[in-house]
Design a protein around this ligand. Structure first.
Ligand code: PRT
Ligand code: ZN
Length: 283
């Protein structure tokens, strides 16, 4: 039996639960429970504040956890990062008042920089030989320059809207982050097997994201040409149609950039084009 720690409430919690559900794990959802079991997998789910997840995994309170990579690095907890999970993407950036001129990171010499990520910032300043003062703040970091508490900030940026609203501009990106699966480095072999099985399921779900299943009918004489546009995973599946000289091509394709490909296939003579959703893709 393994225990996974996920965020109880916040930006990561819904997508963490969705990933578990899409991986075939049915979890009793009870708002008051801190620990719930999976019906059909040897795993229980522990709900924590995201900041507590790396340490809980390092201590062995949970065997694995889902948390932002930014939180893992900042915590300096002794955990293994097993897998990037592709959601909650954001970056950790330095920002300064937009009226200021920025000529490079030496700008920060002698400045006060507010952040909830003092360890990451200290490392960055050390590496770049910058002598600045770091002000550790738990929240509302983005308002500190406008109220005179700091000259600049290091904070999470996603769309950049919060910086704009607070009269700030992003000048350096220190770290690209996303949700990751972390593990205690000393898992027993039986637990390691369960974790490996879980990772395979996560990968099958992740592979399907952004992918579509495409079916088209086209003249057999066009198959080679069409295969260049939509090569599929190994090669396209080609099935004959009842009408002589025609076939049906089935392929898994990336949704990104699909429209121009569909239009090309259409001008090539393809008909009856169907684009279907995918749930899981196993290699
Ligand atoms: O209560 P608990 O301690 O568990 O949660 P929390 O409040 O500390 O964290 P939460 O739920 O806000 O975020 C969890 C994780 O989501 C973070 O550690 C990041 O890995 C990830 N994430 C992704 C984000 C964002 N995007 C994000 N945009 N975390 C925070 N923000 C905030 C940011 O702090 C800033 O205030 O959103 C604002 C910026 O957003 P834009 O879109 O305006 O740039
Ligand atoms: Zn937190």
């Amino acid at each position: 039996m393994i225990r996974i720690a996920i965020q109880a409430k916040g930006r990561l919690s819904e997508e963490s639960l969705d990933l578990l559900a899409e991986s075939g794990l049915s979890i009793e959802v009870s708002k008051r429970k801190l620990l719930t079991k999976c019906g059909d997998f040897p795993m229980e789910v522990l709900y924590l504040r995201d900041d507590d997840i790396p340490e809980a995994v390092a201590m062995g309170v949970a065997h694995i956890g889902i948390v932002g990579h930014n939180v893992v690095v900042e915590s300096e907890a002794k955990v293994e990062v097993l897998q990037k999970l592709g959601f909650s993407k954001c970056r950790l950036s330095l920002a300064i008042p937009k009226s200021q001129e920025y000529s490079g990171c030496s700008y920060f010499n002698g400045k006060r920089v507010a952040t909830s990520y003092p360890n990451i910032l200290e490392t960055y300043f050390k590496e770049n030989k910058i002598d600045a003062s770091i002000q550790k703040i738990a929240g509302s970091v983005e308002v500190t320059p406008s109220v005179g508490m700091a000259d600049a900030i290091l904070d999470i940026v996603s769309s950049g809207g919060t910086l704009v609203v607070n009269g700030l501009k992003e000048v350096e990106t220190l770290f690209q982050s996303q949700a990751v699966l972390i593990a205690n480095p000393n898992l027993e072999s039986t637990n390691r097997e369960i974790v490996d099985q879980l990772i395979s399921r996560f990968q099958a779900v992740q592979r399907s994201r952004g992918m579509k299943y495409l079916l088209i009918n086209l003249p057999e004489s066009k198959v080679d040409e069409a295969s260049i546009i939509i090569p599929g995973m190994r090669s396209p599946t080609i099935l004959p149609l009842a009408q002589e000289g025609w076939c049906s091509m089935h392929v898994v394709v990336e949704e990104k950039g699909l429209w121009p490909k569909l239009e090309k296939l259409k001008t090539m003579g393809a008909e009856g084009i169907l684009v279907l959703s995918l749930d899981k893709v196993l290699p």
